[in-house]
Design a binder for this molecule. Structure first.
Ligand code: NDP
Length: 333
């Protein structure tokens, strides 16, 4: 049985990841660490976790913990991942992997040197809808992909209107929160890397002044696809979507940029549009299943540490493009 420790008494842990780890036949949540002893205790009691630790070091020193899931605010990811790796733990870290590219690269290098598994929790790669679109693209169902559109503007629910909208030092803002997901999902579906980006941001009144709560932009991929994206915290009535248009057909993913196992995929070609069946599965459960398998030496996490570096590179380039008004070349090397 793999014993997981949580670093961070977070909402995502409560809502999705603790149940996802517990749902596996081969893993259990054994401990949680928080910067507040009271919060750790309350969280452990609420979620039926045996041990609550007041420091990350106390959790990491436990020899019986095999893997840690890190879901603190973003500025903590790098030091906590490095500490966990130094303690010999496998690490599944939330996105964005770090706040800087150098930091993210250090994390990947440290995991490789220590021989532990490092994953980035990009849940959307685990969605049956996105997996189906990737498969259809790979098998040539739409010919050569030419263009993509990502609709990922949402309304940030009141219980999450905290650091995301008022703490730039914690990696707040919609680009590091949502655009990283677009970058990772496009990379996954297209099997290609971003070459350059351009973008404009806005503050539409939810985030504090100086922090973006909406962004639109374009990514150009190395093989030529151009992809438009719209991400926001501010649109209560927008629906989400993911489209890829090719020489021989178009893919329409509807209501697919979400945490829930839902949404539809349809293909339009030769004058007909047909929905493609997908077997929905809890995205976070699949993420943990793949990670547990990777610990046993069977395959890789759904999104690796390197995927975390690549998508962060794109997001930082989007931020730079918006700030400078220039097209920014993307390079993670
Ligand atoms: P939360 O704000 O819920 O939790 C983040 C941290 O805030 C916790 O680790 C905790 O610190 C601290 N905290 C929690 N409650 C309180 C409180 N009442 N007062 C003060 N501090 C508190 O963040 P999220 O769960 O929304 O996000 C956490 C991470 O997960 C981020 O990196 C985010 O980007 C990522 N995320 C990923 C998603 C995905 O689908 N892949 C979805 C949502 C988030 P401590 O640990 O010290 O107690």
């Amino acid at each position: 049985m793999l014993r997981w420790g949580l670093i961070g008494a977070s909402t995502i842990g409560r809502e999705w990841m603790v149940p996802a780890i517990a749902a596996q036949p081969d893993s259990t949540v054994a401990a949680v660490a928080s910067s507040s002893p009271e919060r750790a205790r309350r969280y452990a009691d609420e979620l039926d976790i045996a041990k609550a630790h007041a420091t990350v070091a106390d959790l990491l020193i436990e020899p019986t913990i095999d893997a840690v899931y890190i879901s603190t605010t973003n500025e903590w990811h790098e030091p906590q991942v490095l500490a966990a790796i130094a303690a010999g733990k496998h690490v599944l870290c939330e996105k964005p992997l770090a706040l800087s590219l150098d930091g993210a690269r250090r994390m990947v290098a440290a995991a490789a040197a220590a021989g532990v598994v490092l994953g980035t929790n990009y849940h959307l790669r685990n969605a049956a809808t996105h997996r189906k679109m990737r498969e259809l693209i790979q098998t040539g169902a739409i010919g050569q992909p030419l263009a993509a559109r990502v609709f990922h503007a949402v309304f940030l629910p009141p219980h999450l209107q905290g650091w995301r909208i008022d703490r730039p030092d914690a990696g707040g803002g919609v680009i590091l929160d949502i655009t990283v997901h677009d970058a990772d999902t496009l990379r996954f579906a297209l099997g290609d890397e971003v070459a350059e980006v351009t973008a404009m941001t806005a503050n539409q009144g939810m985030a504090r002044a100086g922090l973006e709560d909406a962004v639109m932009g374009v990514m150009r991929f190395r093989k030529g696809v151009i992809a438009q994206f719209h991400d926001a915290f501010t649109t209560p009535h927008a629906s989400t979507g993911f489209e890829v248009h090719g020489t021989d057909g178009s893919l329409y993913g509807r209501d697919v940029m979400t945490q829930r196992p839902m949404g539809t995929v349809s293909v339009r070609r030769e004058g007909r549009q047909e929905e493609v069946p997908v077997d929905h599965e809890n995205l976070y459960e699949r993420s943990v299943r793949c990670f547990n398998a990777a610990i046993r030496g069977e395959g890789e996490p759904a999104a690796t540490g390197t995927d975390g570096v690549e998508s962060l590179t794109v997001a930082l380039a989007v931020r730079e493009a918006a700030e400078t008004g220039q097209t920014v070349r993307v390079s993670s090397e």
